[in-house]
Design a protein around this ligand. Structure first.
Ligand code: AHM
Ligand code: MG
Length: 314
């Protein structure tokens, strides 16, 4: 991760806005950046169960709900956003305007408000994942016009991918607003992979994935933090592979296509890496349901090709 104070290409983004690109996309990431310090500041008192379950049947923490509310309010208020959906909500929220591919049509925004929120208890990294789709949800990853994530690590960063490429910003609270500093303008995966992180329990991994993991273990260093955003950010920083694989007990894996897999696949592919659901790019997975799950494998292209060959061998 580049040091924001010493990065030679560090530049402040004027008025909290992005320097280039689609105004609605810029407004979405303005809203996400503006909300980030507030979400972060609210976490200490929200490490407890909220007493509810989400659409995927998982128990929701107070932090998940708070982040969801704040982001929902900010994103639905944006003019060019026609629909908003979150991992924590059963159905899409109509934000006005028709979502589609026409020139004047609005975008659909999908978020995972607090990815890796089980790390709240152990005080490890977490994040927010955002996908901006040019199609009604559930949509294909090919309909993404931009995607990104906030990483609540020792510092708060935001990674944004769009047609122009992938950039990383440092987000800091500045009075009542935020200061954003772009610290990477062309984020790309290093050519030489270094780290790996795989979710799930080893006995629950299918034999073909276990064989692949065994080979990867001999070559790379294990770095697994339990939050996809943090683990993927390590892969983007050092090169390598992250997977939340198909499990014997859950062949569709754990992660959700609309809120987690598609946006992360978009970021990693834009950064020069590859993504897979085990058979092909995640961006080509047929969308069937809002909360559908998918196995997820992302990282350096050669490692993803080997993964697909290993899963195909049976
Ligand atoms: P969440 O969005 O409910 O937090 O679930 C997704 C997270 C990912 O960030 C992470 O890769 C995975 O769940 C870890 O799952 P587990 O704790 O079951 O290993
Ligand atoms: Mg998540």
């Amino acid at each position: 991760m580049a040091d924001p104070d010493s990065a030679p290409d560090a530049r402040a983004v004027p008025d909290g806005g992005t320097a280039e690109g689609d105004p609605t996309v810029a407004a979405v990431f303005d809203a996400v950046a503006a909300t980030a310090p507030e979400i972060r500041a609210a976490l200490p008192g929200r490490r407890v169960e909220s007493g509810t379950e989400n659409a995927s049947g998982e128990s929701v923490l107070a932090g998940d709900l708070y982040a969801d509310e704040l982001l929902g309010e900010a994103i639905t208020a944006i003019d060019g956003v026609g629909s908003f959906v979150s991992e924590e909500r059963e159905a899409a929220v109509d934000a006005g305007g028709e979502v589609g591919s026409g020139a004047d049509d609005a975008y659909a925004v999908a978020i995972d408000p607090l990815d890796g929120s089980s790390n709240l208890r152990s005080n490890n990294a977490m994040g927010t994942v955002v996908g901006v789709y040019d199609a009604p949800l559930p949509a294909s990853g090919r309909d993404l016009v931009a995607a990104g994530y906030v990483l609540y690590g020792p510092i708060t960063t935001m990674v944004v991918a769009d047609e122009a490429g992938v950039r990383e910003e440092v987000i800091e609270r500045d009075g009542d607003g935020v200061e954003r500093s772009v610290v990477e303008t062309e984020l790309t995966l290093p050519d030489t992979p270094t780290v790996y992180g795989f979710g799930g329990r080893v006995p629950d991994w299918p034999a073909d994935f276990r064989a692949y993991a065994r080979a990867v273990e001999d070559e790379l260093k294990l770095r697994y933090g339990g939050a996809m955003v943090g683990d993927v950010n390590q892969v983007l920083t050092y090169g390598g592979v992250f997977a939340y694989p198909a499990l014997r007990s859950a062949p569709a894996g754990k992660l959700r296509l609309q809120f987690e897999a598609n946006p992360i696949a978009y970021v990693v592919e834009r950064a020069g890496g590859a993504s897979s659901d085990g058979a092909g790019s995640l961006l080509d997975v047929e969308p069937e349901a809002l909360h559908q799950r998918t196995p997820l494998y992302v990282g350096n292209e050669a490692l993803i090709e080997r993964l697909e060959a290993a899963l195909d061998a049976d």
